[in-house]
Every structure is written in structure tokens, then in C-alpha cells.
Design a protein around this ligand. Structure first.
Ligand SMILES: Nc1ncnc2c1ncn2[C@@H]1O[C@H](COP(=O)(O)OP(=O)(O)OP(=O)(O)O)[C@@H](O)[C@H]1O
Ligand SMILES: [Mg+2]
Length: 323
């Protein structure tokens, strides 16, 4: 049984302008120990998909439908809130982009870690402190017993992100979702943090869902890649296949915009001419059609499904199917 099995996930937000179709039929599976990168332009539904899986979208305005979405065999969309809360604490963890919003500025790092151990494991006092310090050591903080008594603002951005990883992995979850975990950090620190995340996750045989804009990060970290466009996965393949033989015209466009390694400053992905569709008025047919250079008549009124085009490679494109 795969760790995570997502079928036809939909998320709609009720807004005064009408329903926003943020996630429009996402399908994927993720096995234990694997790192799946979720890439795509801003607004393509990466964060909303992962928040929906975590059960962290307030409803209203969010309406989450579809499924089944199975995590360790448990149906996420049907599980009672108490069970979801238990999963979030123990089995699935999320690392956010900005640790300052996720860490409590008024509590020491040590207190925040031991609180998690108290609430979820009933471990307190000296054993909790020992466990927390071990974790701070594991994520590469040079002086864990000092760090234990410090406050978040006393740390650099990179150190805070290490603390976030420590928090996320403290209970040894089997799924870690990391949403742009290193954006804003310098390149060397980024590489260290991602290597750390991957190493710690692998040690626990945890799967990682890594959301990023940075294809360099994908190439260096992920086992497989899912490319999102307008709330859907349009291509999903193992990382080598995706970089070597992308089939979807959108993926090809993204790869063409990959910054050269020697170029500075870093270039964002969105250099494909045109814009993604308005999520309030998603077009009939393929949402990428208006920007696509190889679109055919059929693309205007029929929506291509994600289909296997090569072993381990799924693509949602009528034109790519025959490639
Ligand atoms: N609370 C909300 N109400 C209405 N629309 C929302 C809400 N939250 C997100 N959206 C919309 O859902 C869509 C998907 O957003 P999401 O945050 O998942 O994008 P993303 O792929 O994570 O982008 P980025 O790369 O910028 O983080 C966007 O069109 C966004 O405007
Ligand atoms: Mg996002």
C-alpha cells in the first residue's frame, strides 16, 4: 500500500467573485521514503493541495471534495477532525516557508519542542529535554543545550529553519510536507537544509512532499516531480525522465526557462508567454491551450486526462500522447 494515495482532489473557495477552483482534480501516489517535488507557477494550487491534505484549510471558505485521499489507508477527507488532528501531530508534519510565523516568539526553542513531546508522547522533564537536545544536535545546531534556552529571534533564518525541521521530525512522522522551505535563504544554506531534510526523512523512511519554484532544488533533491498547472497535475515522472524527456508543452516551457548555473541573479520560472487562466473562469478543454504552441482543435473543448505515456511517466496532453 502506498503511503499516500490521492484521487481526484478538488478544492474550491467561495468568494464574492464566484467559486475559485484552486485545485481541480489532483491525482498522485507517494511511496514511503520517496521525495516528490511539486512544481508550477504561482497560483497553480501547490500550497492549497498540501493544506487540504493536512486538513488545514478553514471551511468556509474552502470546500474540499473528491477522493478517496488515503494516508496510511485512512481516508483523509472522511476522517473525523479528532483523528485528523492526531495524524497531523504524529504521522504528518508540515514545514512552512517562514519559520517566524510557525514558531512562537515568546517561548524558548526548547519549550516548543518539549511541549510537542508532552502533548503527543507524554514525555516530560529531563527525558524530554534530552530528546529535544538530541534533535537539535541532529539538525546541525552546534550547541544544542544553549539553543534549547534561546528564543527564535536569537537565531538566523537558516538556524530557525533547522529548528522547524527538528519540530517537524520530532515525532518521526511518515509524511513531511515542506512548502518552499528554503526560499529566502542563501544558496549554500539552502543546499544544507535540503540535504538535512532528506537525510533525516530517509532515516525514518518518511516520504517528503517538497513544494518549490526552484528546478535546481528539484534536480538535487527529488526522486520524482509533479508539475502543476491551473489546479491540476499535468505531468508526473521520475526526476531523470522529467528533465531528460519532458512530454507536456508546459513542462518543456518550464525547463527552457531553467536558469543557467552560472547566471545570477536567479531567474523565476514564469517566462512562458501569457498567463495562467483565471481560477474563477477555468476554460473548457485544456487550461494550458491559450499559451500552448502545439495545441490542436481538440484541446479547445476536451480536457486531457493524466495518462501513462512511458513507463513511470504520466502526461495530460493530447499532443504529447502520440509523441
Ligand atoms: N482563501 C482563499 N480564497 C480564495 N482563493 C484562494 C484562497 N487561497 C488560495 N486561493 C487561490 O487558490 C489558487 C491556488 O493558490 P496556491 O496558494 O495553492 O498557489 P501556489 O501554487 O502555492 O502558488 P505560490 O507558488 O505563489 O505559492 C490561487 O488562485 C489562489 O489565489
Ligand atoms: Mg504556495
Amino acid at each position: 500500500m502506498p503511503l499516500l494515495e490521492i484521487h481526484d482532489l478538488h478544492v474550491t473557495f467561495r468568494t464574492p467573485e464566484g467559486p475559485v477552483h484552486a485545485v481541480d482534480g489532483v491525482d498522485f501516489t507517494l511511496e514511503r521514503g520517496r521525495t516528490l517535488a511539486l512544481v508550477g507557477e504561482s497560483g497553480s494550487g501547490k500550497s492549497v493541495s498540501s493544506l487540504a491534505l493536512m486538513g488545514l484549510l478553514p471551511s468556509p471558505p474552502a470546500i474540499v471534495r473528491g477522493g478517496p485521499c488515503l494516508f496510511e489507508g485512512i481516508s483523509l477527507l472522511e476522517a473525523p477532525e479528532a483523528e485528523r488532528r492526531r495524524l497531523r501531530g504524529n504521522r504528518m508534519a508540515m514545514i512552512f516557508q517562514d519559520p517566524m510565523t510557525a514558531l512562537n516568539p515568546f517561548l524558548t526553542i526548547g519549550r516548543q519542542l518539549t511541549e510537542v513531546l508532552e502533548v503527543h508522547r507524554g514525555v516530560e522533564g529531563r527525558p524530554a529535554r534530552a530528546r529535544a537536545e538530541q534533535m537539535l544536535h541532529d539538525v546541525g545546531l552546534a550547541d544544542p543545550s544553549r539553543a534549547f534556552d534561546q528564543y527564535p529571534h536569537e537565531f538566523s533564518g537558516g538556524m530557525r529553519q533547522r529548528v522547524m525541521i527538528a519540530m517537524a521530525l520530532l515525532l518521526e512522522p511518515s509524511l513531511v510536507i515542506a512548502d518552499e522551505p528554503t526560499t529566502g535563504l542563501d544558496v549554500t544554506v539552502q543546499a544544507q537544509i535540503l540535504a538535512l531534510l532528506k537525510e533525516r526523512a530517509q532515516k525514518n523512511e518518511a516520504a517528503v512532499l517538497l513544494i518549490t519554484h526552484d528546478l535546481g532544488v528539484v534536480a538535487g533533491t527529488a526522486d520524482e516531480v509533479a508539475v502543476m498547472y491551473a489546479g491540476r497535475i499535468v505531468e508526473h515522472a521520475d526526476v531523470d525522465t522529467l528533465f531528460r524527456a519532458p512530454r507536456h508543452p508546459y513542462t518543456r516551457g518550464l525547463l527552457q526557462s531553467l536558469p543557467r548555473l552560472d547566471s545570477t541573479p536567479k531567474v523565476e520560472l514564469s517566462v512562458i508567454p501569457g498567463h495562467p487562466p483565471d481560477p474563477v473562469r477555468l476554460p473548457a478543454g485544456c487550461p494550458f491551450r491559450p499559451r500552448c504552441r502545439v495545441a490542436v482543435e481538440r484541446c479547445a473543448h476536451e480536457r486531457p486526462a493524466l495518462q501513462e505515456v512511458a513507463p513511470g511517466q504520466r502526461t495530460a496532453c493530447f499532443v504529447a500522447e502520440g509523441a
